[in-house]
Design a protein around this ligand. Structure first.
Ligand SMILES: [Zn+2]
Length: 534
């Protein structure tokens, strides 16, 4: 029984010993013991339990805490004399009943603070994660030992735990571990929140906007970043989960994965790379007559829905996202130039978004594989061996919108330890010119046309934008017997003097219903309202 009690203790303290934090105020409510005080006192010993660990706080760019924002009440219960009934959530009932059966002390989160209940002491504390926790995937979660299990909690674990202090509640107990009420309970030390913090580039207001808009997507990712600096101000992965309910998360496929960092089929948005390679090679005019499909080697590659696009120039080809046009352009660019441009724009390599926090590298065909026209044709329209992450898509868009200058994407500003700020090594790093100003400007202008009269129309906010969409076929059939698509949109806004980049991926979407474009529009318009952009 003692073993069982200890195990139950542990499971409850997964929540509280390590993720609960800040002010713990103890109020002595029950002062008198039950009738068996004398007997219990005979086998008196001292027990103590850690209820709070001061892990460094994670804040947004303005210093607004993203963790440790919600208080909760912890009840320390002398089960031998307690008569308060179930003041806690039903999920703790079996734990409580086991504690009652063994006369052990129960420590349980209560629904509300209670006064004057015999056998009950209330501790006030903050929980690491709130009920409506923001940026769940980015921040990550903790394991039962109080170490980061995923996200930035994992990447920055040693810093976040470095100056932690543990606070405990101690009491005189009998041989079963039950409180001897008459002897009172004590708190060791004065529990205080950590003054150390990890400051992110995230903006809480924009994160909320992005999370609300992303509710339209069942599965996928959203990234919002600043054009000039590459700072990620919002990052969302769908479906979401709650760090205190990993059991429920395991039942939702992909809920624990941060899809912002994961590789997916790219599709047409990658045609911007083909276009950049063409312009960087000195190309300007390009014309093609689309008859709905194109022959490459022994195979025939069709346009979306086999549409005959007719006579096209660069602007009209990008607007309708003609496969044949960009295959022709890609074959003209050649394998070497295509690879060089893709790599310069950040594809095929992992990004370190904060010290020790990496995105996947995705996948690029090798130079020898691209020696075959079929593979080069596939890459030119964003298919074949190519896999890209939302981070890479957002980085490419940042470079285009920033006049060709790459500001590496980042998520952490730095840390504050004992009052001393230390910049993160991935923040505000050296900017690098990747495309000529002319190439970047030409692509921006063309992306604006896509927003105004092309496939990006449904995404265009009132302040104007430049976008490129993708509808990558997955070959996977959904429940209603339709083939699903990877629906992407990546772009910048406002149209004049771009301030933000938004990349949206709606995974396994029904091509007619769920799409990334309405999410882009909602986010850009709400940010524009927030920042008075017209
Ligand atoms: Zn076409």
């Amino acid at each position: 029984m003692i073993f069982l009690r200890k195990r139950l203790f542990l499971s409850i303290f997964i929540i509280f010993a390590f993720s609960a934090s800040t002010f713990a105020r103890l109020s002595l409510i029950a002062l008198f013991s039950g009738p068996s005080f004398y007997e219990r006192a005979l086998s008196q010993q001292s027990s103590s339990v850690i209820y709070y660990t001061s892990r460094a706080v994670i804040t947004d760019r303005h210093g607004v805490p993203l963790t440790d924002t919600e208080s909760s009440v912890l009840g320390v219960i002398d089960t031998l004399v307690y008569e308060g009934g179930a003041l806690f959530d039903s999920k703790y009932e079996s734990y409580f009943e086991s504690a009652v059966a063994s006369h052990a002390t129960a420590i349980i989160p209560l629904k509300a603070r209670q006064e004057n209940i015999k056998g009950l002491w209330c501790l006030e504390t903050l929980t690491r994660y709130s009920k409506d926790q923001l940026a769940v995937h980015l921040i990550g979660s903790l394991n039962g030992n109080g170490d980061g299990e995923s996200g930035l909690e994992y990447a920055f674990n040693s810093f976040l735990r470095k100056n932690e202090k543990k606070y405990s509640v101690s009491y005189s107990s009998d041989s079963a571990g039950g409180i001897i009420s008459g002897l009172g309970i004590n708190i060791t030390g004065n529990a205080e929140p950590s003054r150390d913090s990890l400051i992110l580039t995230i903006d809480s207001d924009i994160q909320k906007i992005a999370e609300n808009a992303a509710m339209q997507i069942e599965s996928g990712a959203v990234i919002v970043a600043r054009v000039q600096t590459g700072e990620i101000v919002a990052a969302v992965s769908r479906p979401s989960y709650h760090p205190y309910d990993i059991g429920a998360a395991l039942e939702k496929e992909g809920a624990l994965t941060n899809k912002c960092l994961m590789p997916f089929n790219a599709g047409s948005a990658f045609k911007l790379v083909t276009l950049a390679a063409f312009l960087e090679s000195g190309g300007s005019e390009f014309n093609y007559n689309c008859g709905g499909s194109i022959e490459v080697g022994n195979s025939e590659i069709g346009c979306y829905l086999r549409k005959h696009h007719g006579e096209l120039d660069v602007a009209s080809a990008l607007c309708v996202s003609c496969n044949g046009f960009f295959i022709k352009m890609g074959l003209l660019n050649g394998a070497e130039k295509m690879l060089e441009t893709a790599k310069a724009l950040g594809f095929g390599a992992s990004s370190e978004l904060a010290s020790g926090y990496f995105s996947s590298q995705g996948s690029l065909a090798s130079k020898s594989e691209l020696g075959f026209d079929a593979e080069l044709a596939n890459m030119s329209m964003g298919q074949g061996r190519l896999l890209v992450t939302p981070v890479q898509m957002a980085q490419m868009t940042q470079i285009i919108a920033n006049g060709g200058v790459k500001a590496p994407l980042c998520v952490a500003v730095g840390t504050v330890e004992n009052g001393v700020f230390q910049k993160d090594r991935c923040f505000d790093t050296e900017k690098e010119r990747v495309l000529s100003p002319n190439t970047a400007q030409t692509i921006c202008d063309l992306m604006e046309t896509v927003s105004e009269s092309g496939t990006g129309k449904k995404a265009n906010p009132f302040c104007g934008s430049g976008t490129k969409t993708s509808t990558a076929e997955t070959g996977i059939m959904n429940e209603s017997g339709k083939y699903t698509v990877q629906s992407w949109i990546t772009g910048f806004f406002p149209k004049d003097a771009p301030r933000y980049v938004i990349t949206v991926l709606a995974e396994n979407a029904d091509p007619k219903i769920s799409s990334s474009s309405p999410v882009f529009k909602e986010i850009s318009e709400n940010i524009a309202r927030l920042e008075n952009i017209s």
